[in-house]
Design a protein around this ligand. Structure first.
Ligand code: PLP
Length: 394
């Protein structure tokens, strides 16, 4: 079931739905690894060519997982998608399925730690040549992307410093040299995602974040053309075992029904928090790309309606002041995740990005005072009051 003319909210509820012979209202959970065949001939036939309603083994595909893949592909604007066990299984799958020894990759430097590990440690170990650039510097992209560059990787909005990449320009530069662009789009959210529109060939999303959005299950998706997804990506994923569990696909299918409502509310709360804290005496800076105080506000606004649900603040007085602030929070929980219904505060320098050497933290702007704030679904005025009261303790 599906219709490309549907608006986002209709797609989120209905796209990709498949009904069994029982006519169930809610998407069925097919918690099965395997599938049976009516005869030996039918089994032989299915291994020759799979019909659209036919499956062989859950590592390759499953009806519940396929509903999730079809719905995610549609909302991200692509022909097809492969669902993965986690966001990192998706990042790894996209890169490993497309690259080989000797290839040259250009990536923005401001990346989620595990993405940087795959590029710098794993791919380089297998003979991939890597160039890292400042993602906000178009000249740096132009210099780094060569005639023989195979792939460009980037986070459309970086975590945790919320830098914005001019995605259309970078895609144009890459495509002029024949390189494939893979965008990690976790921060942008599937609702405000602009990666496909700007030209990204593949978009990878950790669905652990906004799609689940309620702190329960891991998931990831690789979205792209049917040719690449059912070609290189499926071949790599189905043989290496990174498939999404049907149960997690079912949980996240049901989550998609409310995704637009949740993300719009959380993003409006994030903006309200940025506005309420901007210019606060205890802060050096407040960063939310679609708030006017962000240095890249114009670029952010030209690309998307909202920059998502996460903002960053820089607390004066470094780690000591930061820890006093974090410990004084009442509603916000201290955690390293984001995009949850529960509001979360993170101190990247001592947790998610603690592994980075100091000079790399300096380059990326991960200061001792930086706190990442993920806006949840609580009442915005309670959240703002909580942040202001805790800042008094900083
Ligand atoms: C969280 C995150 C990932 C990894 O996702 P998991 O589901 O935790 O594996 C990758 N990239 C970005 C930008 C993320 O925020």
């Amino acid at each position: 079931m599906g219709n490309s003319n549907w608006k986002m909210r209709t797609k989120l509820v209905h796209e990709g739905a498949r009904r069994s012979q029982y006519g169930e209202v809610s998407e069925a959970l097919f918690l099965t690894q395997g599938f049976v065949y009516d005869s030996a001939e039918a089994a032989e036939q299915r291994f020759i060519e799979l019909g659209s309603d036919e499956f062989i083994y859950a590592r390759y595909g499953n009806p519940t997982t396929r509903m999730f893949e079809d719905r995610m592909a549609s909302i991200l604007g692509y022909e097809d998608a492969f669902a993965c066990a986690s966001g990192m299984a998706a990042v790894n799958g996209a890169l490993m399925s497309l690259l080989k020894a000797g290839d040259h990759v250009v990536s923005s430097r401001a990346l989620f730690g595990s993405c940087l590990y795959i590029l710098e440690d794993i791919l380089v170990r297998f003979g991939v040549e890597l160039t890292l650039v400042d993602g906000t510097d178009l000249d740096a992209w132009k210099t780094a992307i060569r005639d023989d560059t195979a792939l460009v990787f980037l986070e459309s909005i970086s975590n945790p410093t919320l830098e914005v990449i001019d995605l259309k320009q970078v895609c144009d530069i890459a495509h002029a040299k024949g390189a494939i662009v893979v965008a990690d789009d976790a921060m942008a959210t599937p609702i405000f995602s602009y990666a496909q529109r700007c030209g990204a060939d593949l978009t990878v999303v950790s669905t652990t974040k906004h799609v689940d959005g309620q702190g329960r299950v891991l998931g990831g998706i690789i979205a792209g053309s049917k040719e690449v997804i059912r070609g290189q990506v499926e071949a790599y994923m189905k043989h290496t075992g990174g498939a999404m569990s049907p149960f997690h696909a079912w949980v996240q299918l049901k989550s998609l029904e409310t995704l637009d409502l949740r993300v719009r509310q959380q993003s409006s709360t994030a903006l309200a928090i940025a506005e309420a804290l901007n210019g606060h005496a205890k802060l050096n800076a407040v960063r939310f790309p679609t708030h006017e105080a962000h240095p890249q506000y114009e670029l952010a606004k030209s690309q998307c309606e909202s920059a998502g649900t996460v903002l960053a603040i820089d607390v004066k007085g470094g780690k000591d002041a930061c820890f006093k602030f974090l410990n004084a929070l009442d509603i916000f929980t201290i955690s390293n995740n984001f995009a949850d219904a529960k509001s979360i505060a993170t101190h990247p320098a001592t947790t998610t990005h603690a592994r980075l050497p100091q000079e790399q933290k300096d380059v990326l702007g991960i200061t001792e005072g930086l706190v990442r704030i993920s806006a949840g679904l609580e009442d915005p005025s309670d959240l703002i009051a909580d942040l202001k009261a805790a800042l008094e303790q900083a």
